[in-house]
Ligand binder design. Sequence first.
Ligand code: PLP
Length: 438
Amino acid sequence: MKIFSEELVEKAVRELHIADLSKATIGEVLLVAQYLENATGIPFIRMDQGSPGLPVNQLGVEAEKAALDRGVGSQYPAAAGVPELKEAASRFVKAFLDIDISARSCVPTTGSVAGSFGSFIACTQRIPGKNKVLFIDPGFPIQKSQLRVIGADWVEFDIYEYRGQALEAKLESMLAAGDIAAIVYSNPNNPAWICLEDEELKIIGTLATKYDVIVLEDLAYFCMDFRTDMGHPFEPPYAPTVARYTDNYILMLSASKIYSYAGQRIALTCISDKLFERQYPALAERYKDAGVFGQTLIASILYMITSGCTASTQYAYAEMLRLSTEGKINFVADTREYAVRAEKMKKIFTDNGFHIIYDYDVTQKVGDGFFFTIGYGDMTGGQLLKELLYYGVSSISLSTTGSEQQGVRACTSRMRDDLYEVMEQRMKAFNQDHQLAQ
Ligand SMILES: Cc1ncc(COP(=O)(O)O)c(C=O)c1O
């Protein structure tokens, strides 16, 4: 039996002015869930928004307080970032990726969202005629919204059918026209939690060099592929990265998830040193500067968007990175709780007729972590999103992420111990009410 009636959900949709619930954005789903909770007092199981569900890293907080007490608040921080953070970032990249990027080329941004925004601008303006972004989807819808703001075009494809070697021909077919400026993906992936393997990263890196494309590698969930323990500094296994296969890369390293520091808005864009130094006449002409990629990105683009990052937060991030590099913070162990939750949640769903959609990487089963994807029979993603709402579970449709698969994304971050039983009862009822064809 449904928990929330169709009439009540329809009333919520009407009053909240939501055009089409089956295509609802995260923000809209969130509003409906809140509306229904408020109207009935019945709690929702919130699988919609990907906000961290763990406490903030306390060592970061202490460092931030100490920085404020030292008086850093009175001075403008350098646009390129405070030296302590830049040095700590360079060392962190060496410790966990085994990649050399100089401190100069590690640039803080107010979250990776600001990092991708600035990077999209620099990438799409550096060579006339090379101005589109290629999304290896499914992906983070915000990044497409950023291109709408800039007025840049994009192309996209769902990687589901193109894992492993199949990726090469697909990518090459999209790069051959020569108008792609940048390729973007997240690894581990939001929303599917798939992880690109070395074979695939090599294909992406090799083609990026061949077609002079910059890879924006979004590491928002850095080392959170818990199938492999990558949490030990200066020790293999190192996290996979395209940086091993091309010099055309920008790595985006957010503090939001690995240190549960989302509220303070801090991340790093780590630019390959070779790319940082490249000179582009089109950038020089447009910005009336030297047109050196890294310098233009910092001083002529990012500064115009955020005018630097909060000084105290930079010191907090520097300290957390430094302690991780010294083995005193194990951010991988600290976030493993998401995998524990995913395993339990996936079991409840699959015991009740659901299937995992993105279930395999090239060589192994997709791991447990921050997100997973589920489908039910032949329901479309939009239908499933809507039907789950009647049973008090909120999610987002995969169609909003560039996926061509039918299903929804589930986020584990807000799950609590007392909710598993409730979820089990609700999904049992869902399964009873929605008979699957044998
Ligand atoms: C793939 C991806 N990139 C970036 C972000 C946001 O990062 P930040 O908080 O650093 O702006 C998220 C958060 O949901 C994400 O999933």
